[in-house]
Design a protein around this ligand. Structure first.
Ligand code: T3D
Length: 262
């Protein structure tokens, strides 16, 4: 049987999804897209899954689109708009909409769509040896998978344009220093750090995390007035929850809250 293109490990309270085409630095083909979509849908649907870790097998995280599927096409020109619509856009939307924290453990190079899929995750932890490359301009393309949206918001226009137009690699250390990612850790510690964070999220108030994600995403387009209204509505919803009741009770009783029974 061929190896699965995504390894889906169910742990206590969280799932680990490992992109598994290491000989191609986990570049995306249609099979990998379909497997990752299916895995993310399971993560969203299964109550026992309260956080997700996304990582890559081997020495790379993901080299973006598998370019071996884009050569030797003769006079035929692929409709890349159609592949974004079918594959990359649904993937970015699925990660952003997933009502649980998604941690990206960037174990090595993240290039092209691979870099921007990492940025679509909620918490990005990178191994020291990892690097981020907006490789698109090298092959005559524009950044996709949300790159033109994430980069200027996270870094400002100057650095976004610098990365996108030059396609120069950005080291994990610089990515952390620039505020592109949450943190960089020693290579040997990457999965332990990512899974420790996933366990902490698994023990946390999942519904509040989901609302927090949504509120921060909405802030990208809302005015302050709209955002204040949204916070009012989300806080009302959170305040009615059993998690809030448990959180306050635990604080007053000086004990750790137990959100997982709810
Ligand atoms: O097409 C559409 O649907 C539109 C959507 C596009 C989204 C995109 O992501 S476009 C951007 C595509 N990605 C790239 O342009 C990156 C291409 N890869 C690289 O530039 C380099 O491989 C890296 C900088 C990522 C890593 O370099 P290095 O020196 O560490 O590794 P390597 O030797 O180049 O790669 C190792 C192997 O992986 C190698 O195969 P081999 O020679 O051992 O048989 C290489 O060909 C393969 N590989 C790496 N990236 C890809 C790939 N094979 C197919 N597609 C790749 N993207």
């Amino acid at each position: 049987m061929p190896a699965p293109t995504v390894i889906h490990d169910r742990r206590d309270g969280y799932h680990v999804l490992t992109l598994n085409r290491p000989d191609r630095l986990n570049a995306f083909n249609d099979e990998l897209h379909a497997a990752l979509r299916e895995a993310l849908a399971s993560c969203a649907a299964e109550d026992e899954c309260r956080a997700v870790v996304l990582t890559g097998a081997g020495r790379g995280f993901c080299a973006g689109q598998d370019l071996s599927n884009r050569v030797n096409m003769g006079d035929e020109r692929p409709d890349l708009g159609a592949t974004l619509e079918a594959n990359y856009n649904p993937l970015v939307r699925a990660i952003r909409a997933l009502p649980k924290p998604v941690i990206c453990a960037v174990n090595g190079v993240a290039a092209g769509a691979g870099a921007n899929i990492a940025l679509a995750c909620d918490i990005v932890i990178a191994a020291k040896s990892a690097k981020f490359i907006q490789a698109f301009s090298k092959i005559g393309l524009v950044p996709d998978s949300g790159g033109t949206w994430f980069l200027p918001r996270l870094l400002g226009e100057a650095r976004a344009k610098g990365l996108a137009l030059t396609a120069q690699p950005l080291s994990a250390d610089d990515a952390e220093r620039w505020g592109l990612i949450w943190k960089v850790v020693d290579d040997a510690d990457l999965m332990a750090e990512a899974e420790a964070q996933a366990r902490a999220f698994a023990d946390g108030p999942t519904a509040a995390y989901a609302l927090t994600k949504q509120a921060i995403h909405a802030a990208g387009t809302n005015t302050l007035d709209q955002q204040l209204d949204l916070e009012r509505d989300y806080q009302r919803q959170a305040g009615f929850s059993d998690d809030y009741k448990e959180g306050v009770a635990a604080f007053m009783e000086k004990r750790k809250p137990d959100y997982r029974k709810r």
